[in-house]
Design a binder for this molecule. Structure first.
Ligand SMILES: [Fe+2]
Ligand SMILES: [Fe+2]
Length: 183
């Protein structure tokens, strides 16, 4: 990873990241952070990290990143390097430790960085709620099941539930049957 400066940046790789995915990942990360009492300053840092979480993909050979069909184990390992490459790239560009660690840990369920944990959850939640060419969008409930199975911490699950779960609807349904009876 020391030779990051010598690596070629493939900006075109970043086109593989849907901007709607980045936008919603930022939105969900902010929502979780707000629920957890983050300050505006912390939220801004986390938003930058969310926006740049996959920047390391620009350092992966395009022929591997864009390969159609099954990747070999070696190719899969290469693609997985995008997280740590993003970390090195962001550090070399002078970004702070949280932004860099968000990129490094956005696929790591054992991350010790709470912001990275939040962005990881937001990233998965966004991917689940989004329609892609190969899959339908999942409901909130279905997405939450995936997050649980992905070992997202309970505090983050609670925050997402509070923000995006079904709100309790209080309707004056007691009158309905009366009206119906009269009609
Ligand atoms: Fe990623
Ligand atoms: Fe992502």
């Amino acid at each position: 990873m020391k030779e990051i400066a010598k690596k070629v940046l493939h900006y075109e790789n970043l086109k593989t990241i849907k901007y709607t995915h980045l936008a919603t990942t930022i939105t969900y990360a902010r929502a979780i952070g707000e629920e957890l009492g983050y300050t505006e300053e912390q939220l801004s840092v986390m938003e930058v990290g969310a926006a740049l979480h996959d920047i390391g993909k620009s350092l992966i050979p395009p022929e591997i990143l864009n390969k159609k069909g099954r990747l070999s184990d070696e190719e899969r390992n290469t693609v997985n390097l995008h997280a740590v490459l993003g970390y090195e790239l962001l550090k070399s560009l002078g970004y702070g430790v949280n932004v860099a660690e968000i990129a490094r840990d956005h696929h790591n369920p054992l991350s010790k960085n709470p912001m990275a944990q939040i962005v990881r959850a937001a990233d998965i939640y966004s991917a689940m709620r989004e329609e892609r060419s190969y899959k339908k969008a999942k409901s909130h409930e279905e997405a939450m099941e995936v997050l649980k199975a992905s070992r997202v911490p309970q505090t983050i699950l609670n925050a997402l539930e509070k923000r995006y779960g079904k709100k309790t609807v209080t309707m004056p349904i007691q009158n309905f049957s009366v009206h119906a009876a009269i009609a």
